[in-house]
Write a protein that binds this ligand. Structure first.
Ligand SMILES: *Cc1c(COP(=O)(O)O)cnc(C)c1O
Ligand SMILES: [Zn+2]
Length: 425
């Protein structure tokens, strides 16, 4: 059995082809000072079609992690495929939350069920495995959040050292994760400074990057982005091949959303599904470059102003060509959510469904709710919101705990006094 049908890399913009090697800076042929298009992996779909059925893949156990889908991933040998059991996350029909938002068929894909509690594990499983295949000696990334934590964990599992360039403002929780997995953490005074150092490491010392480091950004290790396709494959399987009308991603650079979109396109082109979903990018109001690009007549990706926000995982001044393509090619859209909307929805998802996610992650559900309110979604539409990470990652910033609660003695009267108007019978 062939493990992978990957044949090469191709530019998303100009179709230039590259071999499956160390290409982490996007397409060098069509790059301009304003835009670098990322590469994506091409596969021999004709051959795959004759050997593999959708059921062959779907029937494999989730314990294989992302490698359940190895034929459509770019790693060619069992020895390189590392997994911490990422993927196989639950797709949950949210009836109460759905009723609240006026959406009967609202589903969430709970990515906080991943090994480091975020969807970045799908990217890192594939990126670091490809690194092993390409004989990487050291893994690196620039991150203040989930990408850093996940990179550190997967590098540790692969037995490779890692260096994470971060910022002095990195949160304690994220820092603790990166450190406990054994990464060398280097705070750098500016965001661009981190990329400069990373670029030198990759170019001169052959370090292996899990994220982007070019200006403008090509956005993402092209092999890692392939790992995100497994979100899309799983959603289609879990809905028994009924394609959702809309898939919503909390979006920073749009790598995750692009991966999910690629998955849908691949299954559609293989004839395994009969319809394509629309993609909605849920961005933060403290940025939101895709929303601006869509509003701009020529859809140019220009840097936008950012401001302070609790949505640190999705707030960005720049987006990517692949993110733009996912929304345009799917006739989708992008929408910006405020901190207030995110914090309210974070609480709502937890209290009405029992799922506690990062405030940034709540953007997907908040965005779906907003579209429904505006009337651009029907009550019967099937909507899948990706919840990208766990609420424990930013519990401090979100200030959810009410610490000033009175302590009482074991006395029923006192108890009734503090209980308030809750009905206990
Ligand atoms: C990284 C991240 C995102 C954004 O991912 P992109 O692929 O850059 O759009 C969203 N949510 C969380 C929690 C993240 O860590
Ligand atoms: Zn190109």
């Amino acid at each position: 059995m062939k493990l992978s049908y990957a044949t090469g890399l191709r530019c998303l913009k100009c179709d230039a082809e590259y071999p499956l090697g160390r290409f982490f800076e996007g397409c060098t042929r069509c790059r301009t000072t304003d835009l670098i298009a990322n590469l994506f992996v091409s596969y021999d779909y004709e051959k795959l079609e004759t050997k593999v059925k959708r059921s062959t893949i779907a029937e494999r156990p989730a314990s294989l992690g992302v490698w359940k889908y190895s034929e459509l991933l770019p790693v060619g040998g069992h020895d390189f495929m590392i997994t911490l059991g990422e993927g196989g996350t639950p797709l949950i029909h949210c009836k109460r939350l759905g009723a609240h938002l006026g959406l009967r068929n609202l589903y969430v894909k709970n990515e906080s069920a991943n090994p480091t509690w975020s969807f970045k594990d799908r990217l890192c499983a594939v990126a670091v495995s490809k690194g092993l295949e390409l004989k990487a000696k050291l893994v690196t990334t620039a991150s203040t959040g989930n990408l850093g934590a996940s990179t550190a964990a997967y590098a540790a599992h692969a037995g490779l050292p890692s260096i994470i360039f971060t910022l002095p403002t990195v949160s304690r929780t994220m820092l603790a994760l990166m450190q406990v997995y054994g990464a060398k953490i280097i705070p750098v005074s500016t965001a661009e400074g981190r990329w400069k150092l990373m670029s030198e490491g990759v170019r001169v010392h052959s370090w292996y990057p899990t994220g982007s480091y070019t200006v403008p950004t090509a956005s993402g290790n092209p092999y890692g982005v392939q790992g995100y396709k497994t979100i899309g494959y799983e959603i289609m399987e879990q809905l028994a091949w009924k394609v959702p009308d809309l898939i919503v991603h909390p979006t920073c650079w749009g790598e995750g959303m692009f991966g999910t979109w690629l998955a849908a396109k691949e299954y559609y082109d293989l004839g395994w599904i009969d319809q394509l979903p629309q993609m909605l990018a849920a961005e933060s109001e403290a940025g939101g470059p895709l929303s601006y690009a869509l509003a701009e007549p020529e859809h140019r990706l220009l840097p936008v102003k950012t401001k302070r926000t609790i949505a640190s995982s999705i707030a960005t001044s720049i987006s990517s060509y692949q993110g733009l393509r996912a929304v345009i090619d799917s006739s989708g859209n992008a929408i910006r959510m405020s901190d207030k909307e995110l914090l309210e929805m974070q609480k709502e998802i937890a209290s009405s469904e029992g799922i506690f996610v990062e405030a940034s992650s709540a953007a997907s559900v908040a965005a779906a709710g907003k579209l429904r309110q505006e009337g651009s979604l029907d009550a019967s539409d099937t909507v899948v919101c990706v919840l990208t990470s766990s609420g424990l990652k930013d519990a401090q910033t979100s200030q959810l705990a009410q610490l000033r609660l009175p302590t009482i003695d074991a006395n029923w009267q006192q108890f009734m006094q503090v209980l308030g108007d809750m009905d206990i019978d």
